[in-house]
Design a protein around this ligand. Structure first.
Ligand code: PLP
Length: 405
């Protein structure tokens, strides 16, 4: 059992009122709220030890470098990577995918090759691959889904061929909540010697990740969706690939030496970390991981699942509501549409009642087209949410439908 009262006290923003109503924050798939310890870490950095890292110029710079590199070790253990050098700090999931597409994509993709994604990908895991396909005259293939929002594994098997050079798949769909069978996909892909990138943006705060057990080639995620700062994220990559890959960006910190005609690049991980990073943001990842581990990843998963089941059961009682994404294997994302009502109209009324949800295509336009809808209302839960909040949300949806009738 989680001590939700205590947990909620740790997230100051949850005390807010919106239009006079207590905030019900159900937009956790967009970004999660931050516990006090994360906020304190960011503040403390600027109040006590603001310095640039990896310069070794003075005491505070060394102190900042040690704290920054400690985060790399925390992330390594959080996702169980084999080597510290396999953890690259980026600006987020989008940046991590662009790094892999630009660097690895350019290295391995040639004319006539094929890259496989699913139809449920976030735009971040579509557009970078489109760009590399356009540049290299390669083809982007998509795995379709069934009526429940589950990926069709046999269709994936049909798409795999000697032309397949890369696979990029979301672990969890940000629109449907579907958890994809990534281990099975990775195993199958490796039989064809095809490397696989997993977009873990919607998974990492909800389930335990073990990159060695998954045997994925790349795993990417954003810190802001796991209770830490915006603007920072992680690229995990197998050392053998990262060593082969050329740098993504050039500049300070990623070089050993620079001659006007040629530069020698740094070793991993610095080869991929050009320029001054968001130091405080990266430092905020450490307390966020500690917080989640303190609560317990299994306990989080369990509790969020109960919230999802309760919300699903209650929303299904409302006439005219259809849930989009009804696979058994789901994280705490509840997407729905209401007969004859526009998702954004519902969202506006919910907002006025203090309930924060997201409406629209959720950056998954190809999925929306495939489902033949323009958008959904999406409620997404975190472990600080409560069953009482689900009740408030359900009543708000009922009221919104009544008002729109
Ligand atoms: N992939 C998925 C599945 C997402 O849900 C998101 C954001 O919502 C992203 C990628 C992009 O994340 P970011 O905007 O943090 O780079």
């Amino acid at each position: 059992m989680l001590n939700i009262k205590k947990i909620r006290r740790d997230f100051p923003i949850l005390k807010r009122k919106i239009y006079g109503h207590p905030l019900v924050y159900f937009d956790n798939a967009a970004t999660t709220q931050k516990p006090q310890k994360v906020i304190d870490t960011i503040n403390k950095f600027y109040i006590y030890s603001n310095s640039n890292i990896h310069r070794g110029a003075h005491y505070m710079s060394d102190e900042a470098t040690i704290s920054y590199e400690k985060v790399r070790a925390s992330v390594k253990s959080f996702i169980n990577s084999k080597h510290l050098e396999e953890i690259i700090f980026t600006k987020g999931t989008t940046d991590s995918i662009n790094l892999v597409a630009s660097s690895f994509g350019r290295l391995i993709i040639s004319e006539g090759d094929e890259i496989i994604i699913t139809i449920m990908e976030h735009h971040s895991n579509i557009v970078p691959w489109q760009m590399i396909c356009e540049e290299k005259k390669a083809k982007l293939l998509t795995i379709p889904i069934n009526d429940k929002g589950g990926m069709l594994f046999d269709e994936f098997e049909k798409l795999l061929s000697i032309k397949t050079k890369f696979i990029a798949i979301t672990h969890v769909s940000n629109t449907l909540g579907t958890i994809n069978p990534i281990k099975k996909i990775i195993n199958k892909a490796h039989l064809f010697n095809v490397p696989v990138l997993i977009d873990g943006a919607q998974a990492v705060a909800h389930t335990k990740i073990d990159v060695q057990d998954l045997d994925c080639d790349f795993y990417v995620f954003s810190a802001h969706k796991m209770y830490a700062s915006t603007g920072v994220g992680i690229l995990y990559g197998k050392e053998k690939w990262l060593n082969e890959m050329p740098p993504y960006q050039g500049g300070g910190s990623m070089i050993k030496s620079v001659n006007i005609n040629k530069s020698i690049y740094s070793e991993l991980p610095h080869k991929f970390e050009a320029g001054t990073p968001n130091i405080a943001g990266i430092m905020s990842i450490d307390p966020a991981i500690l917080y989640m581990e303190d609560v317990g990843l299994h306990e989080i998963e369990d509790y969020e699942h109960q919230l999802l089941e309760y919300a699903t059961q209650e929303i299904m009682k409302i006439k005219g509501v259809s849930i989009i994404g009804i696979m058994d294997d789901k994280t705490s994302i509840l997407s729905f549409i209401v007969d004859g009502k526009h998702p954004s109209d519902i969202g506006i009324i919910l907002d006025k009642l203090g309930v924060a949800v997201r409406t629209g295509h959720h950056c998954t336009e190809p999925l929306m087209r495939c489902l033949n809808i323009s958008g959904t209302v999406r409620a997404s839960f975190a472990f600080y949410n409560t069953f009482q909040e689900v009740d408030i949300f359900i009543n708000a949806v009922k009221l919104a439908i009544k008002m729109l009738n």
